[in-house]
Design a protein around this ligand. Sequence first.
Ligand SMILES: Cc1ncc(COP(=O)(O)O)c(C=O)c1O
Length: 388
Amino acid sequence: MLFAERVNLIQPFRVMEVVRRAAEFEAQGTRVVHFEVGEPDFVTAQPIIEAGRQALLDGRTKYTEATGIVALREAISGHYAQLGIAIAPHRIIVTSGASGGLTLLAGLLLNPGDELLITDPGYPCNEVFAQLAGAVPKAIAVEAEKLFQPTLEAVESHWSAATRGVLFASPANPTGTMLPAQTLQQIAAFVAAENGFFILDEIYQGLTPEAAYRSGLALADDLFVLNSFSKFFGMTGWRLGWLVVPEAAVEGVTKLAQNLFIAPSTPAQYAALAAFSPAAMKVHRDRAEQFKRRATMLAHGLQQLGFKIPVQPQGAFYLYVDVSSTGLPAIEFCHRLLEEFQVAVTPGEDFGVNADQAFVRFAFTTDEASIALGLQKLQSALQRWGST
Ligand SMILES: Cc1ncc(COP(=O)(O)O)c(C=O)c1O
């Protein structure tokens, strides 16, 4: 059987092999410390679960409007209002996770052969969304000295006649760093002057204790913003997210949503209405605080062991750690750490080719006791490998 060529372009995730091997250890009864998982370890907050249950009992099992129920779009608009940002509900499109939002934007904005600027390291799936539309992802290598974020100069120098737009994340995966406010505005102005588009992935919004800004929409109004109930709201498995699009894009994105998805999950939408209730928001904020404590604990522990963390993250739940002091390439470091000490981390290779052999991503989506155990095991590893 013949498959489309784009399938051959997709690189398998290294981390899936880590996840598989970790599961094998656990099946044998061996404890594994998980630093590889990019989703909150907490179950969804109780008020959301109850609202989801009630939605099912009330028979909320049919299609909704393609762009999401009005009440949820209004609630999301209210969420921005709380941040001092006015977004009319009709500019908000409820999607099947940020992944559904990316599919819609790829369909809306990219023609075959168009170039899309992304970052390396960056969220690995971005390039696949571009390829799905026949477009060409073009990576900007982002460096620690520049917070692992693109600069205006880098965008200018990578922009060609074929470039249509940029897709950047703030905070970013795997580095947790934010695009500085001034850079964001400069890039937005440049892209607008080129008649291009700017997609800003804000899926880690809310998990940003020291954020200089709460949403890029406070700095530039004509962004395409990707967001999700997955991370701050702890609803990964419900598959629900949203887009904020410029006024002129509402009609096009609505047509695509109708045709590609019909509607996002109905029970998930009714459940998500409760995500903004004071009771649920308290749970989310407490959890964000826990992530902050874990970040401090893990970063401190890793630095004490001699690992370099060139940039302290401003959000998300990741540390991007330079392991080159061990003398091992990152992929081997990850492999040996799992095989010999049952500590699972994600190799930099999953996020691009720029300095991938020096870096690994630690996700602190695990409790403080597990982080302490992980640090002990790392210390033992360094002793055994003669790197301390
Ligand atoms: C930067 C980034 N964007 C988008 C997504 C997709 O998330 P979801 O489809 O669960 O909303 C992820 C998931 O890890 C991510 O890290």
